[in-house]
Design a protein around this ligand. Sequence first.
Ligand SMILES: [Zn+2]
Length: 358
Amino acid sequence: MLFSQNVPGIRPPDRRVLRAFAFDPMTSRLSGQFLSINIPFEHDLEPGPNGDLVQVVDYDATRDCWYQPIDLDDPPVLAQQGLRPSESDPRSHQQIVYAVSMSVIERFQRFTGRRFRWRGDERLRLVPHAFYGRNAYFDPKRRAVFFGYYRADETDTEANLPRQLMFTCLSIDIIAHEVTHAIVHRVRPLFTIATNRDVFAYHEAFADLVAMFHHFLFRDIVETAVAGARSELGDATALLSLAHEFGKSTGRGGPLRSFVGSEPDPELFRRTKEPHQRGAKLHDAPDATRSAARVRPRPGREWPARRASRHGAGAGSGTGPRRRAARAGCPAACGSRVGRPSGSARRRARSRACGPGR
Ligand SMILES: [Zn+2]
């Protein structure tokens, strides 16, 4: 039998699906679920993975060794949506940091409506096993995200074994948080200069919010969490908190950060200077905004003028959306002036290393 040569070509795929833990190995162990992360299919992807926007470089500086890079275009890998997530296979770790990073970058592209690029031909380097330590951080100078690994505490590790080896690169929350730092730095490079105490706090808050909203990308996980919470979204802690495994395995007794379960404390916003704690006040903003949106001025009346000082004790008193927001700790009510950075601020910015453990 003769086949006609005049057949249409087969179009290459547009999307690639890769598996990851949901949302880290511990929560996957408890829920029995994995994530399927749907990302753009890069046709010239090299082993690493090494693509147009991100490059996974798996060098362990503590052990001074390289791990074999994964080839996501290898037919056995390609045919089963990447490797099955495994804590013992470094190639699976490379796959997860690549997939989550590409997913976060694609969200930015969709919501800003334009293609995202690093400067020139640069790419963001991701180092999944960079060092031994309870931290992960974005380094603006080297344009790289470094993920640490560490031993779990000996007690109260929940679904983890005492002294078990833990990897920050397997938490999609930590990956999303750090990659968001890199994206914000690309868009606003001067935000690495602490001209006032809210600059780093904004960095942290925005990175946390992106990591949290990234959860809602996974329909199966959202449905399971909401059903488990009997439709009370406030009880769906899996969705509204970050880095469960990191928090539990480092003796915090809960997730690293939570968006529910704590009463807003406007006084804390005045007391604390630590960027993560200060940025956590912005977590209340979506809830405060939602509350404010429910309130309308009476017909024919305007909102009363805001008389209380921005930082004064009266900032949270009275009624109206701004004051409600201030009472809930919304940093939108705090507008410190941005001036020329001092020498010490520049030095602090240069030595800054942000990470979930800090
Ligand atoms: Zn951070």
